[in-house]
Design a protein around this ligand. Structure first.
Ligand code: GRG
Length: 301
């Protein structure tokens, strides 16, 4: 019994170390990608990207890739690209034409710090930089097709069928007229798509078998749903004053008690998908379980 507990503690420490190492790889590479140009545009890009996000998506991508034996030197450019896309979406999401938020990550949002004109362009430039980063990703000759497939997946998940389409649903669906299925579809696109992209990209780069790929995608979907429910719970607890219009959210839809149940249910389903895959996936498991923590909003690393 004692030995079991010791093993569990050892495993947890190893996972924590591994997630922290992934985080620092991502942070260092993002700094490198965004260095070397001191123009106002780059200052605004760096202001947003290097302002201390959790790096959930890139760490998830590196962790998924590692499950399939892919080294960070191969998966890192895709992980960073995903974080650049995420940051570009945050800049645009905060604009007066969207959610009209003055603050992000405890700092002034990009348009409040640099003006709307520069913020729009910083978001655009980050998005394009993400695709340049993936196009330039050095991969072994035997992985060229997988590199191409990864870029296609990330493009679709970020674009009209994915995150941007989800944002349109967020803007156009009236909270009072929502069904549970419509809300789930919205979340799977707006928030889930990039998270699924992270999980699937790792599997693609690792030439996963079809079944493994399906399970890792199911895992990504459940984590995406859990991620948004948690975000809504934390938002409603902080009773953040919003200037923007009312948007659909899971706490208003389900009520707090059921939203928490939903969060647990999605995390359990994510765990079940991993278990069924039989992959060595402690880091992924830990990332999914970290979403149950409703107290601290900080780093996963
Ligand atoms: C320009 C690519 C592009 C998109 C425009 C505005 C928009 C379309 C999409 C917005 C999508 C969006 C902001 C979804 C919300 C997802 C979400 C819960 C964000 C918070 O993510 P965290 O918690 O943030 O990972 P940190 O700060 O940790 O990075």
């Amino acid at each position: 019994m004692k030995r079991e507990a010791r093993n569990r503690r050892f495993k947890a420490m190893r996972t924590e170390k591994s997630l922290a190492a992934s985080r620092s790889l991502v942070d260092r590479e993002l700094e490198r990608i965004l260095s070397g140009d001191d123009s106002l545009l780059y200052q605004a890009m760096r202001y947003t990207v290097l302002s201390g996000g959790k790096r959930f998506r890139p760490i998830l991508l590196l962790s998924s890739a590692a499950c399939f034996g892919v080294l960070p030197k191969v998966s890192l450019p895709f992980a960073c690209a995903l974080e650049l896309i995420h940051n570009s979406s945050l800049i645009h999401d905060d604009l007066p034409a969207m959610d009209n938020d003055d603050f992000r990550r405890g700092m002034l949002s990009c348009h409040r710090a640099y003006g709307e004109d520069i913020a729009v362009l910083a978001g655009d430039a980050l998005l394009i930089l993400a695709f340049e980063t993936m196009a330039e990703a050095p991969v072994p000759a035997g992985l060229l097709l997988q590199k191409q497939e990864a870029i296609v997946i990330i493009s679709r998940k970020a674009g009209a069928p994915g995150m941007i389409g989800g944002q349109v649903l967020d803007i156009t669906l009236k909270p009072g007229e929502l069904t549970e299925a419509a809300l789930e579809d919205l979340i799977l696109k707006k928030t889930g798509a990039l998270i699924v992209a992270a999980a699937e990209t790792g599997a693609v780069l690792g030439k996963a078998r079809r079944k493994e790929r399906e399970l890792i995608s199911d895992f990504g979907k459940c984590v995406g749903l859990a991620f948004q429910v948690r975000d809504d719970i934390l938002d409603s607890r902080q009773s953040r004053r919003r200037k923007g219009p009312e948007r659909p959210d899971t706490v208003s839809f389900f009520g707090m008690v059921k939203a928490k149940k939903k969060l647990e249910e999605f995390v359990q389903k994510a765990e079940a998908a991993l278990l069924e895959s039989s992959l060595e996936a402690e880091d992924l498991l830990c990332l999914a379980r970290s979403l149950l923590n409703l107290k601290i909003e900080g780093s996963h690393g």
